[in-house]
Design a protein around this ligand. Structure first.
Ligand code: X8Z
Ligand code: ZN
Length: 604
């Protein structure tokens, strides 16, 4: 899986590593042989790991969980030893590739294990259990007839998206969050053991390990994320203010008071991370052309495969290659009826050799059509770098990986959708533009603070600044500070609300998504320029443009072989992440929101 398979693995090949056992002075030549060997060993181990993870994620049982945990242990042991062995080359003048691969070896995994075998085993099994608890999570309640009704996240999310009944939304929100308290002791232990592992390989804690993967010192990376947040916060604040006023009209000012955070269950999404599902409640201009793509997908009886084919067609229209036949044979597109699976969408190259797949539980909605493009973006990265050594088989940084498919979705304009037969013609006028931009902003802009705060919470947890007895309190303090949302009912330390979000129990770093929401506009702009687009950024679609495809492909082929500013420069001409293209894209909406919010008590 893309996000972080590499989180967990390794032991056996330890003894096979060449340098550690060797005596005498290390040489650059020896370092080169060391990384060659590493790449071969890791390809074998990661393939074994990804195979076990794939099986586990598509069939959650105690056995598949234990099997995956045991292989993860093996990989973790290997990495711990290999990183220690690599210290032998510290201070040597190495060729750039060897030096970079040794650096990537250290920061590649989202978790490190202690060398103590028992601790390592406990770490791997708690990681597997945490993800299993999430995947199996269900909320059981009584239906109207008094019969027991158990619903999984997919079913609960449907209610979150479509219900406008305050109490029903509350019930579902509280219900899903009730899956997480059993995770709390496991998570606490996971943090303690992971931190021990991180220290052994030279990082202050797991958070510093994560922050060190961005080709700059961890402190500078933190500052950079704050710089980007400050760039976009004024736009978020305007959106928040407008949406809150509309929600107050719907649910009453007693439930949604001005000047206060919005109750977290009213925004159409379990985590209030994207708000597009409440578009009908906040639509600026009623009676304009419909933007309801979900309705068209359902009316035209698109099945999951056809939705994926539509996604692939966008990529091939840019001159990129079709997905391999095995993609269609091996992917999981829909939720199996007979077993628990991890429905959270992911993309994979199981053998690091173009064995591309996606794993989703696709529903016929616009949201899932967007997610399909997101996942295919990962697969297209995989397919253009799989011939590189495995240590280079990653994005320039993880935010790049997350941004590829999203950048493509920015080209899914009404014009494109019309061409695809999914929208009737949408006349170009000011009202339609604002409707459309607001819909986009509910997905892209609303997400920004959420994208940032998850790791703000984890960085503090990993660094020991947030103690286990304050886990939940700290979580809600950040949700209020960044998102301006509040828990709809009182919470306590009996709860473990961060655990109700996949990436926490699955230990997938999250800042990547925040960065991706910004980078995707930089990529979109670059592709539009390559395509010779003139005019406003929000009007550009690169569908069918081979020059845009070439520009993208050149970056994908680099994988992680160069520090990310070089990849960014190749794509955009710039070396800094920058929210200006995002702000340009939304400039019509921003002016409109400012007008709407005049006289409102904004902020919280
Ligand atoms: O986890 C994902 C992808 C897989 S990498 C479906 N996303 C984040 C989320 O769902 O929370 C994409 C958007 C943010
Ligand atoms: Zn992703």
């Amino acid at each position: 899986m893309l996000p972080l398979l590499r989180a967990a693995c390794a032991a056996v090949a330890l003894l096979a590593l060449p340098s550690a056992a060797q005596q005498g002075k290390a040489t650059p030549e020896e370092a080169k042989q060391f990384v060659e060997r590493l790449n071969a060993d890791l390809k074998r181990l990661w393939t074994k790991q990804a195979t076990a993870e794939w099986i586990k994620s598509t069939y959650i049982t105690d056995d598949t969980e234990r099997n995956a945990a045991s292989i993860n242990e093996e990989v973790l042991a290997y990495l711990n030893q290999a990183i220690k062995d690599s210290r032998r080359f510290d201070g040597l003048k190495l060729d750039p590739d060897t030096a970079r691969m040794i650096h990537l070896l250290k920061v590649n995994s989202a978790i490190a294990a202690p060398s103590d075998a028992q601790k390592r085993s406990e770490l791997a099994s708690s990681a597997a259990k945490l993800e299993g608890l999430y995947g199996k999570g269900k909320y059981c309640s009584k239906d109207k007839a008094g019969k027991e009704l158990c619903r999984d996240l997919g079913q609960l999310s449907d209610v979150m998206a479509s219900s406008r009944n305050y109490d029903e939304l509350l019930d579902v929100w509280v219900g899903w969050h009730s899956i997480a308290p059993p995770m709390r002791p496991l998570y606490e232990r996971f943090v303690a053991l992971g931190n021990e592992g991180a220290k052994e390989i030279g990082f202050a804690n797991i958070g510093n390990l994560w922050k060190s993967a961005y080709d700059m010192p961890p402190e500078q990376f933190e500052q950079d994320t704050q710089r980007l947040w400050q760039q976009v916060k004024p736009l978020y604040d305007e959106l928040h203010c407008y949406v809150r006023a509309r929600l107050a009209k719907k649910y009453g000012a007693d439930k949604v008071p001005a000047g206060k955070p919005i109750p977290a269950h009213l925004l159409g999404n379990m985590w209030a991370q994207e708000w597009n599902n409440i578009y009908p409640l906040v639509e600026p201009y009623a009676g304009q052309a419909s933007l309801d793509v979900s309705a068209a997908i359902q009316k035209q009886r698109y099945d999951a495969k056809k939705m994926v084919q539509l996604g692939e067609k966008f990529f091939t229209s840019l001159g990129l290659k079709p997905l391999p036949a095995t993609f269609w044979e091996r992917s999981q597109f829909t939720q199996p009826r007979d077993r628990d699976v991890v429905c959270h969408a992911s993309a994979w190259d199981v053998t690091y050799d173009n064995d591309l797949r996606i794993k989703m539980c696709i529903k016929p909605t616009e949201e899932d059509l967007v997610t399909i493009h997101h996942e295919l973006g990962h697969d297209y990265y995989f397919t253009y770098y799989y011939t590189l050594p495995v240590l280079y088989q990653s994005g320039a940084h993880d935010g790049f990986h997350e941004a590829i498919g999203d950048a493509i979705t920015l080209s899914i304009t009404p014009g494109y959708l019309q061409q695809a037969g999914l929208l009737k013609s949408v006349p170009r006028n000011d009202k339609n533009l604002i409707n459309l931009q607001l819909k986009d902003a509910l997905e892209k802009v609303a997400f920004l603070p959420f994208g940032l705060l998850i790791d703000q919470w984890r960085w503090d947890v990993f660094a020991g600044k947030t103690a286990p007895e304050d886990y939940n309190k700290a979580w809600w303090a950040l949700r209020e500070k960044y998102q301006g949302v509040a828990a709809p009912v009182a919470r306590s330390e009996k709860d473990f609300d961060p655990g109700a979000k996949y990436h926490v129990p699955a230990n997938v770093p999250y800042t990547r998504y925040f960065l991706a929401r910004i980078l995707q506009f930089q990529f979109h702009k670059a592709m539009c320029e390559a395509a010779g687009h003139q005019g406003a950024l929000h009007e550009c679609s690169v569908y069918g443009n081979k020059e845009a495809g070439k520009r993208l492909q050149a970056m994908l082929e680099m994988g992680a072989s160069k520090p990310w500013p070089e990849a960014l420069q190749a794509m955009t001409g710039q070396r800094q992440m920058d929210a200006t293209p995002l702000l340009d894209y939304f400039s019509p909406l921003r002016s409109w929101l400012k007008e709407q919010n005049k006289g409102q008590q904004c902020g919280w």
